[in-house]
Design a protein around this ligand. Sequence first.
Ligand code: F6R
Ligand code: MN
Length: 413
Amino acid sequence: MEVRLVIFDLDGVVVNTDEFHFMAWEQVLLNKWGICHTRGAEDLTKGIPRYTCMELLAKHYHIAATPQELHRTADEKNTVYQELLRTILSQQQIMPGIMETLQLLQEHNIPIALASSSHSAAFILEKLGLNFDFCVDPDSVTHGKPAPDIYLAAASHFGLPPEACVGVEDAASGIASIRAAGMFCVGIGMPALEGGADATVSSTDQLPGVFASLLGLPPFLNWFTGFSVALTFPSSLTTQTTTRRLSHMAGFFRDQATVKELLEQGIDPIIYEFHELAAPKHPGDVSFGLTTLYPGNIGEECFMTKGHFHQILETGEVYYTLQGSGLLLTEHTDGTVRWFPLVPGSATYAAKGFAHRMVNTGDKPLICFFAYRADAGHDYNTIGLSGLQKRVFRRGNRIEIESANVRAKGEIQ
Ligand code: F6R
Ligand code: MN
């Protein structure tokens, strides 16, 4: 979709006012009825108008009071809440990831609007120095959330159809409101999962990642709190791509006459490409990505990757085959050779201490996902100089695995 407007809920999305609501209820319940308010009871009140909250709390704490008295107490709670906003609200209450999200949208000239039912919204935004392009006045809409009115009012202010808008919410009624408006819904937390949001995150600090992906930007990779990323191939979303052509690995194939002939004729096919996220080179991080090894052969020898040991020899690596067919040739420093079929749906473990090389034995691109410790490093020289013990050839319809020295008597492999 082309995102042309992003509409945010306020409480629990842009600003964390939960603690202020809790403190306000705590104060009036204690003053009035000597009740010690609990977090569990507070949970009953989330995202609910204050008079309804008061009724729920009266029931929960067995408060005997007239409707008028409850009404008055709810207003008192609101006075305390307003006072807390005036005195202690600060930028510390801005939810994590929100500043980065707003900045990302502003950099891409996407207007931001606020659709909050709170009458304190304008005050809060001003106090926090947050500039939204438009705030819907909650009194200007007939039906509150979960009706779609407030989100539709924001879209119509900009003259935009709902399909061009994204709404961001944490509460069930807000998620229902966005969905009823026919907008793309980004939801935070359990209500989003339950309410069928289009994209769900567990915390607002994941919002920059969601919007980066919606805007087609490189992924926002948070190696400290985690991330989820679309990993498709070919992919514009990955950050490091390596392309290896025949000329980059000319010495790796046995049929040197053919290699020379091809390169002299200017024929330099792409043998494989891999896309890897730029993981920090830290022992606890995991580097992962996709390799596509194209079908073909040089002379009779199947296309293959260079292959390598890891500099940290004690590194295992997982390959998961998504498409195509081939082999993973592995070889231990002690000379042990093991090879494994690479077929879609299979996970292959290249054990620690084994060099590994993919070989495409089929007629389609062989695509594998791989993952290994991010600081492992790559040693290409050992294999580059002495090769692996096995080579793979296509002869007619047959695939043959040969010991490297069977045919090439005396040649350096
Ligand atoms: C990483 C790994 C794979 C390969 C990739 C290309 O440790 O095993 O990601 O790097 O398949 O192969 P090489 O690195 O051998 O050129
Ligand atoms: Mn590896």
